[in-house]
Each structure stands twice: as structure tokens, then as C-alpha cells.
Design a protein around this ligand. Structure first.
Ligand code: ADP
Ligand code: MG
Length: 385
């Protein structure tokens, strides 16, 4: 069954009537620019061909009910009771978005309630941002259904606010921007300070290239531990160097940074500063020389995350090294780190070779079998029916 028919069917099964509409939003893969978003820097993700759908039905009262194929429960809340603390668990994402729309000025006093049913083929916790796919699908669905008229950059901020305040994960704006602004065969080059976004053709298919995702299945937890610690290090580094954010530093400033900072903070700073430069280099190289030229930036990004930012894990390193050793143009871990996925840019003909080699290497190390699949740059959030 196609995703729209399936979303309508699942809605009808759960709520006993047909939905009024179906919206969807994609997950994303970050080509390059890791942990730069909350440092006001540059990122270059693209929306992928895996999506979260939201089927929406009107109600006569002011309840919002949310259900997902991932969960047996239907969670409900009165619109007047929306608040950052009103709900926990997965329902914090959709209900958090409803609350956040109000924070951005939507007049929710007169809208009617809705029933939402959520379905998705975005793998959860694989570094492909199932969370942003969910937020953005719900944000666009509620915006259009309620006639709120927000533009997409604002809806991205709505999703981020929901994730930051209601879910409690201190994430940046990248994921939501990719999910809302992505286009077919293009990446979203985003300046996280100005929020200026440039949609840049990738031309992977035209160059005979595929982007392989290697999901290590190693669990990561964004909202805890490592992520918050890295963020704190970046803030401490910026403070010690007298800049508003690490965005304000350039590669030429690193010698001074090394004198001022302790070794660990310096390495955290060096990752962010060089990663920003690598994003700029990637975009320029892509424009000037095509997709086949961006490998060295991907490879260097991985080394920086492994050694300076220290957010890789052995499974990610093995995935990257095996892909590189078997002919990948470039490879790196992607996402927040501590697990999740690696990506490899690969000549089409080598996809089966690298898939097999990575699988074999994982087996040899006694690691859990990874999920390996290609992703294609796809259209951002949209109404499907
Ligand atoms: P990811 O890297 O996939 O974004 P996160 O931990 O940020 O990982 O977000 C995953 C969480 O988002 C899940 O644990 C769940 O709470 C919620 N989520 C994502 N997709 C769905 C879905 N289709 N249905 C219900 N909850 C979902
Ligand atoms: Mg997430």
C-alpha cells in the first residue's frame, strides 16, 4: 500500500472515520557540518526519501488526540492545557509542536481539536532525525489545517522549540530546516546564525554516485550526557575566547585558542571551527567540481569527530574505515554521535561491494549486524492528500 493510503487506513482503524488530510515530512541525513548548528555555524543536510506521515481528522471539541503505529496508546490533551510540562514520552513531540505554535503567536483559543495518527518509515535513533520528521509533519499539518499561515523557517523554529522545551533535548535548528526546506536531489546549506538557507543541487545520481547509510544500531541518547557536555564545552570555549559563538572563529584563530584553552576544550573548539570550514569547502567544491570531489572533506570530518570531538564509537569507526578501504569516495559518522549512523559516498557499482564488506567486518568484530541502505535527496514536508 502506498504511504498515503496506508496513513488513511491506519487513521480509520484507530479513529473509526476518514481523515481530513494527510501530511508528511522526511527525515534527514547530514552530509557535513556536525555540532556546528548550535554554535551558529554552517550545516549541509538533505531531506531523505524516508518520511513520517500524519493523518489528521477534525473534532467538534477542543481535544487533541495523538496516536502512532509505534505505540499502543492514544494520548489526549485539551488545547487549553497545552504546556511544556503537560506530557512526556513520544507524545511530547506532536503535542509540543501544538504548544509551540501558540508560543510563536498562533491564536489557539478558537481552533477546534484534531485527531492525529502518525506513521513513519524513518528509522528511530539512527541519526536520521525521526524526531524532526515527526515535528515537521505535525507542524505543517496543524499550520495548514488551522490556517495559521506560518512560513517554513518559522515552522522549523516551532519544531525546535518543541524539542528543546517539551521533549527536553537541547538540539539546534538543522534537522527541522532540512525536513521543511529540502528538495529533490538537493542539499540545504544553512547558516545557523542568519538562518539563511540555500538549496544546492547535489547531482549524486547524475554523477553515478549513491549515498549509503550504515546504521550501526548502536543506541544514542541525544538529550543526555555527551551531547550536553559537548555543548557546554563549546560555550565555555567561546566565553574564554571572548566571542559570542564559535562561529566567530576561523582556522587562523586556532593557534591563539590553543594557548588560552585547556587541551580538551581546545579540541572541542578545533572540531567546530574546522568543521565550519569543511562545510564551506564542501559546498564550494560541489559547485565547482561536482559531487565526486567532496570525499576529502567527509573523511576529515570523521577524523575530527573521532579525535577532537570524541563522539564516535568503534562501530562507527569500523563502518567508515571499511567503506573507505573498499573504495568509498568519502565517509564519516553522521548525526549527534555516540552511536547511530555513518554515511559513505560511493560509486553506484560499489554499493554491493561496500555493503558486503561492512557487513562482514561487523560480523568479524562480533558487532550487531548493521542496516545498510541508500538514501536519496527528496522533497521536504508537504501535504499528500
Ligand atoms: P532520531 O535521531 O531518530 O531523531 P531522537 O531520539 O531524537 O532520535 O528521536 C526519536 C524519538 O522520537 C522516539 O523515541 C519517539 O519518542 C519519537 N518518534 C519518532 N518517530 C516517531 C513516530 N513515528 N511515532 C512516535 N514517536 C516517534
Ligand atoms: Mg532527533
Amino acid at each position: 500500500m502506498d504511504p498515503v493510503a496506508s496513513a488513511e487506513h491506519l487513521f480509520a482503524e484507530r479513529y473509526g472515520r476518514r481523515p481530513a488530510g494527510v501530511w508528511s515530512a522526511p527525515g534527514r541525513v547530514n552530509l557535513i557540518g556536525e555540532h556546528t548548528d548550535y554554535n551558529d555555524g554552517f550545516v549541509f543536510p538533505f531531506a531523505i526519501d524516508k518520511r513520517t506521515t500524519v493523518a489528521l481528522g477534525d473534532r467538534d471539541d477542543r481535544l487533541i488526540r495523538v496516536a502512532s503505529t509505534f505505540s499502543p496508546d492514544v494520548v489526549e490533551l485539551h488545547i487549553d492545557e497545552l504546556s511544556p510540562d503537560a506530557v512526556s514520552g513520544w507524545a511530547a513531540y506532536p503535542l509540543g509542536v501544538a504548544w509551540a505554535l501558540g508560543e510563536f503567536g498562533a491564536d489557539l483559543a478558537h481552533v477546534r481539536g484534531v485527531d492525529l495518527h502518525i506513521d513513519s518509515d524513518v528509522p528511530v535513533g539512527a541519526g536520521l532525525s525521526s524526531s524532526a520528521a515527526l515535528e515537521c509533519a505535525v507542524a505543517l499539518a496543524l499550520d495548514e489545517h488551522w490556517g495559521l499561515g506560518f512560513d517554513r523557517p518559522t515552522l522549523a523554529k516551532v519544531g525546535r522549540l518543541a524539542e528543546n522545551r517539551v521533549v527536553g533535548a537541547p538540539t539546534g535548528i538543522m534537522d527541522q530546516s532540512a525536513s521543511l526546506l529540502g528538495e529533490h536531489d538537493a542539499g540545504v546549506f544553512l547558516d545557523c546564525r542568519s538562518l539563511d538557507a540555500d538549496v544546492i543541487p547535489l547531482g549524486f545520481a547524475a554523477s553515478g554516485l549513491s549515498l549509503l547509510v550504515i546504521d550501526t544500531k548502536v543506541e544514542h541518547a541525544h538529550s543526555t550526557g555527551g551531547y550536553a557536555a559537548r555543548r557546554a564545552s563549546c560555550e565555555a570555549g567561546a566565553r574564554a575566547l571572548g566571542v559570542e559563538s564559535l562561529r566567530d572563529l576561523h582556522v587562523g584563530d586556532l593557534a591563539r585558542a590553543q594557548e588560552v584553552l585547556d587541551d580538551e576544550t581546545f579540541r572541542r573548539v578545533r572540531h567546530v571551527v574546522t568543521e565550519n570550514q569543511r562545510v564551506l569547502d564542501t559546498v564550494r567544491s560541489l559547485r565547482e567540481h561536482g559531487a565526486g570531489s567532496i570525499g576529502p572533506m567527509l573523511d576529515a570530518s570523521h577524523v575530527s569527530m573521532r579525535d577532537d570531538f570524541e563522539i564516535s564509537v568503534p562501530e562507527l569507526d569500523l563502518a567508515v574505515e571499511t567503506a573507505q578501504a573498499n573504495g568509498a569516495i568519502g565517509a564519516r559518522m553522521t548525526g549527534g554521535g555516540f552511536g547511530g549512523a555513518a554515511i559513505a559516498l560511493v560509486i553506484d557499482a560499489l554499493v554491493p561491494v561496500i555493503t558486503k564488506a561492512v557487513g562482514a567486518a561487523f560480523a568479524e568484530h562480533g558487532y550487531r549486524a548493521p542496516a545498510i541502505f541508500t538514501v536519496h535527496a527528496s522533497q521536504g514536508a508537504r501535504r499528500d492528500a
